[in-house]
Ligand binder design. Structure first.
Ligand SMILES: [Zn+2]
Length: 169
C-alpha cells in the first residue's frame, strides 16, 4: 500500500495543519514565505521534531509541472513557489508515496485536479490536529496561556516551562 503523506503550502503551515500520524513535506521556498513569528517558531520546532520534512523537487518534476500548467493556463496564476510545491508532490508520488497537497489556493487546487493529485483545503475539515503552546508549572502543574509573561508560577513559585500540545479543532 502506498504511504499517505501531506505536502504543505504556506497557508497550511500558517494554519498549523501538520499531521502527526503521517509525514509532512514542504519546500525551502515555502518556509521562506512564513514571516510571522508565531508560525515560524512552530514551524522551526516541527522541523526539529521531524514532523515536517523539507525537500526540493527534481528537474524532471519541474519540467512536467511546467508543461501541465502551460496547457491549462494556470502558469499565469501560480507563483514559482506554488509550481515547485506541485513538482515536489509529483516527485513524492513518483517515489511511490500517496501525496495529499494541503492548500487554500484555488489555482493550486485547479492544477492538482487536472493532474489527479489529491488535495484538501486548510479551512475546511481536514487534518484535525493543531499544535499550540502552553506554559506549565514544574511544581504544581498549573497551566498558563502561551503569553504568560512570568518565569515563575504565581501559585507555588516554581519555574514554568513551555510545552507544545495537540488541540482538537
Ligand atoms: Zn506552580
Amino acid at each position: 500500500m502506498q504511504k499517505k503523506i501531506y505536502v504543505l503550502d504556506a497557508s497550511a503551515i500558517i494554519g498549523g495543519y501538520y499531521s502527526k500520524s503521517n509525514a509532512n513535506f514542504t519546500t525551502g521556498e515555502v518556509i521562506l514565505e512564513i514571516k510571522d513569528l508565531k508560525s515560524s517558531l512552530l514551524l522551526q520546532s516541527a522541523i526539529e521534531d521531524g514532523l515536517i520534512i523539507v525537500e526540493e523537487p527534481e528537474n524532471e518534476d519541474i519540467a512536467k509541472t511546467n508543461k501541465i500548467i502551460e496547457e491549462s493556463g494556470d502558469i499565469l496564476r501560480l507563483s514559482e513557489v506554488d509550481q515547485n510545491l506541485i513538482a515536489l508532490a509529483l516527485k513524492l508520488k513518483r517515489k511511490g508515496n500517496n501525496p495529499v497537497v494541503v492548500t487554500d489556493d484555488y489555482s493550486m487546487q485547479n492544477t492538482l485536479k487536472t493532474i489527479n493529485m489529491a488535495y484538501r483545503t486548510v479551512l475546511t475539515e481536514g487534518i484535525k490536529e493543531i499544535y499550540n503552546w502552553v506554559k506549565i508549572c514544574k511544581g504544581c502543574k498549573k497551566k498558563y496561556p502561551s503569553d504568560y509573561s512570568f518565569e515563575d508560577c504565581e501559585i507555588c513559585g516554581s519555574p514554568v516551562f513551555k510545552k507544545r500540545i495537540k488541540i482538537k479543532k
